[in-house]
Design a protein around this ligand. Sequence first.
Ligand code: FDA
Length: 501
Amino acid sequence: SSSASSDVDAFLGCLSAAIPPSLIKTPATNSYSELLMSSVRNLRYVLPGTTRPFVIVAATEPAHVQTTVVCGRRHSVRIRTRSGGHDYEGLSYASVDPHERFAVLDLGELRAIHIDASRAEAWVGSGATLGELYYAAAAANQTFGFPAGNCPTVGVGGHLSGGGFGALSRKYGLSADNVLDAVVVDAEGRLLNRSTMGKDLFWAIRGGGGESFGVVLSWKVRLVAVPETVTVFSIRRSRNQSAVDLITKWQAIAPALPRDLYLRVLVQNQQAAFVALFLGRCDRLVDTMRAHFPDLGMAERDCQEMSWVKSTVFFFFNTANIPNEVLLNRSNADYFLKVKSDHVQEPMPRQAWESLWSKWLEKPEAALVMLDPYGGVMGSISPSATPFPHRNYLYQLQFFSFWFENGTAALEKRMSWVRGVYEDLTPYVSKNPRAVYVNYRDLDLGTNELDGGVTSYAKARVWGEKYFKGNFKRLAAVKSKVDPFDFFRNEQSIPPLPAKK
Ligand code: FDA
């Protein structure tokens, strides 16, 4: 409509009064596509039919973010904030609504990392990647680590906003559990830190999911202690060897292992890979594995000793024989992606794994299945300490489907595989609600609807309680305080809690 396009013009005018034109990219500027694609992780959300931003603001200073928020409020233009662009559902750069007009606030340049080695702390810009953080921490001191995800190109901004789970989480918790302070631009365009934002907002931004509460510019995090030498292994077993038995046993064993040992399973093709990070040397790892999981047959020959930062390379690239500088690559994706995930509370029976394998995993369109153990410190943090409530499960399960062929046939085949397996697993996974980790964003769970100009709380509970359980209501209460007009909104943003009538 013409009023929408005049809002757009007024918004662009408002931006250009305070932000250099070279940082304001409309589709007419030649670097628009390059910038848009620079951190797109899921090609599903750049297909024709997905709506692109009418402008991307490439912020290089906090004031640019404040201006974008203030201009957006003034001229009714919504903003999608993007840090690393790894959202499974593309929420940081795309919309499936053909009528939505939105701006992307890209934080990729706000990626400074300052390490305070004497305090084992760091200030990290949201636009930094996990790989950059791992690299910088280790460069300051080889015994500094940080608990966060296994993919080095994930952005700090979205990751810490949703929790952040990885190989150190059984020992040190989520990334969000290790946040000490943060700088946020709120819906009024104010710059707030931990002491000025208040404890409710500080609670909400550490796991309540991106977008809903403001724009987090930077985070002060606690760096954690890792030994100078850690040990990894990757042991593969095929289905017709012992994979089904081993996975069945793994379910109870892995969550009960000592905190220094993280043992995940990746199932793909006809193989299960048991991949471990141990915060210690090979000899102690061999003893620990013999004591807890003799059936895997792990032995000294499986060990690879290395620095912790090298282990982050190994975990993603499946080899340690490449330089640590690969952690600094910000390369974007070349695949289409759909992920669904679950939490498991009781080990699934052997026969369930058998039938999962014969019915689903043998198909050529099968996803990569990832089993990640909880337990350790995860189980001793209160479910209400942060918005992330899933502290007491045995493990999380992901069906991570990625494919390279363009076209609807491939897309439909992959999507229906992931949805089908999810449906079939219903009897074996968490119930009431079926628990999902918000950083594994899944729009199948439901999307927001408006009610009186703001997101409906009643409708949002359907997906919201799966991500946040009892914490959902508290998140909505925080939202009513900090963004009552629901400026920061997307398909699954937190709605304001309706006032009691
Ligand atoms: P992106 O920029 O897409 O943002 C995600 C959401 O947060 C969007 O809604 C966005 O608007 C909002 N947002 C972004 N920056 C913000 C900011 N500064 N302030 C406020 N809101 C902001 N997770 C995990 O826990 N462990 C893992 O091992 C992995 N591994 C992994 C591998 C791969 C290949 C992918 C694609 C994803 C993962 N993830 C993961 C999931 C990942 O943690 C999740 O997608 C994060 O939200 C990504 O953060 P980005 O900043 O990259 O995303």
